[in-house]
Design a protein around this ligand. Sequence first.
Ligand SMILES: Nc1ncnc2c1ncn2[C@@H]1O[C@H](COP(=O)(O)OP(=O)(O)OP(=O)(O)O)[C@@H](O)[C@H]1O
Ligand SMILES: [Mg+2]
Length: 398
Amino acid sequence: MKAALTKILTEDLAAIRLRLNEAEETLRAIRDGEVDALIGTGKKGKQVFTLAGAERAYRMLIEAMNEGALTLTTEKMILYANQCFARMVKCPLEQVTGSSFRRFLSAADGATLRAHMKQAAQTGVKIQLLLHACDGSKLPVQISIRPLAKEGGKNLIIGMVVTDLTESRRTEEMLRALTQRVVQVQEAERGQVALELHDNITQLLCAILVRSQTLADQLSTHDGPAQQEALKLRDLLGHTAEEVECITRNLRPGVLELLGLDAVLRAASTEFTARTGVVVTLTGVELTERLPGQTELALYRILQEALKNVHKHARAQQVSVHLARLGNTVQLLIKDDGVGFNTERPPVKRKGSSRLGLLGMQERAAYVGGTLTIKSVRRTGTEIEVRILLSPGNPTVN
Ligand SMILES: Nc1ncnc2c1ncn2[C@@H]1O[C@H](COP(=O)(O)OP(=O)(O)OP(=O)(O)O)[C@@H](O)[C@H]1O
Ligand SMILES: [Mg+2]
């Protein structure tokens, strides 16, 4: 009896030793990184979460995402796609998996993706494309591509997250329409103020100027000091009338309609140098043909705003303004040698700064179908480049 009990206990002990050895081996493998697992401490003490368990949780997370998620080979064959992506391309999931991602792209977008694939496989990349769904509809998306693991240490697997941009595009369009409206209203109001200044204030100032001259003439030389005062008053009024005229011109550049962009840019540059002491050099082509009115106005307003920024922030010595035609594109370059700024993170907003200047310039350019890019290097200066594509029917510059 005793011998039988000893035998059972010995066998049990051997089995426990075996399981213990196995457990120890598993823990060693986890510790050494041979097995993907995580040890977490919970209510039940230390717990081991293996990759198999985590994978299920990841899969649930990816399926619950409001974005398309895919894994692909470098040849863009879809290995895995979530339901959200299948809904985006309006295609049953089983027809998505195993097919090529290229089938959801136009030839041009396919080429764009191909061009970015090398970078995607190394560091990752984000691009905006149009997805062609199976029902023929198109969806603007941003795809974020990252290299994932190498399958069996050989073939690289690419991970892709696809974000639907329809809503953000709609919001952008609404914002654009709104800012365009603001630009139109602003121009109309500026015109109105300019008209009132010209019709009322300038006229009145001129009348007082004439009266002060008459007064100075009527005062005899006996009234020396009084005559001097009258003359000073006349000069001061003359100066004020000039200032008001200058404001009026800036508000509504009537001369723009009359003389064209070239003349107005020259006048603005000369006036800026006289007022601030910052030298402005204007280079580039003479405009022999007029641009569309809105394009001329946009370029003029952009220069005005850029010069305002130079005066306010740049501490520059020189500004160069270059107007040129590159093929069917008009280019305006405004470059200063000032302090520069971080375009990603402009300095903290200061009192009296509404931070609308750069945004306004960008909207002005977009309003006439152009683009505006800002490059700035600290202690070197800032460069603003506007490019506006002239449509074939539009007049061009020579
Ligand atoms: N030429 C420049 N040189 C140095 N910093 C600049 C220049 N242009 C713009 N900045 C920086 O960028 C910021 C944003 O410029 P923006 O024109 O949008 O706003 P603002 O000039 O501060 O205010 P607002 O133009 O609305 O009166 C400025 O506050 C300034 O710090
Ligand atoms: Mg500004």
